[in-house]
Design a protein around this ligand. Sequence first.
Ligand code: NDP
Length: 240
Amino acid sequence: MARVAIVTGGTRGIGEAISLALKEQGCTVLANYAGNDAAAQAFTERTGIPSYKWDVGDHEAALAGCGIVEREVGPIDIVVNNAGITRDAVLHKMSWEDWNEVMRINLGGCFNMAKACFPGMRERGWGRIVNIGSINGQAGQYGQVNYAAAKSGIHGFTKALAQEGAKFGVTVNAIAPGYIDTDMVAAVPPPVLEKIVAKIPVGRLGHADEIARGVAFLTSEDGAFITGSTLSINGGQHMY
Ligand code: NDP
């Protein structure tokens, strides 16, 4: 039986590449998104992967969304917590709302999706959770106390939940991407981006499918002995 996989933020950028990689691996894939209906519809038409709209930072919405998926498709075996946002500003200009929103979606979203799916995985004795962290959660980044804190929190969340899942065949890992050529990075001003690329030893941005292949491996049967790990995929920019 094909494993059922849900990819949050799975309709664009890194998430789209992850959705496609898991489909290629033989999973039944569902992609969640937040609000860009046009992008989600185009993604579904292009790939045949159904898309489901809910805000992963909304606890009740995440529980309800996963409930709908399970009723329509079957128990969720694989969760990829990829949805994430940035609200960058230096601390003295950062609002409470921008702090809170990034924590609510980037970190709270992982909790909400795990609350919805981890108990079933545990009962069935098989599951895979992959949380998408960030190089900036490992190393910090100017103007990103909210994002760096949330992503750093993801790495702690991963190690704690991995301990709870280990005996039950549920692995929990993180991937920490470096700078990847998606819409999120396209929003970085070109002079800043040039400086960032100059610090990447391989001399270029990463591609979304380079992250997706890591997720595919961690969620496969071959990944059974890997849990509580963070896989850094960053072109050598930060060796952690
Ligand atoms: P994009 O901005 O290109 O895409 C983000 C996706 O997440 C979209 O599908 C979006 O949905 C969805 N999303 C955003 N907020 C929510 C929400 N509240 N609920 C559900 N879905 C949501 O991001 P990237 O592909 O660049 O990034 C993906 C992940 O990788 C993020 O967690 C990011 O922090 C992380 N990352 C990215 C790096 C990069 O260089 N790009 C580097 C390191 C980490 P919609 O289309 O509806 O807006």
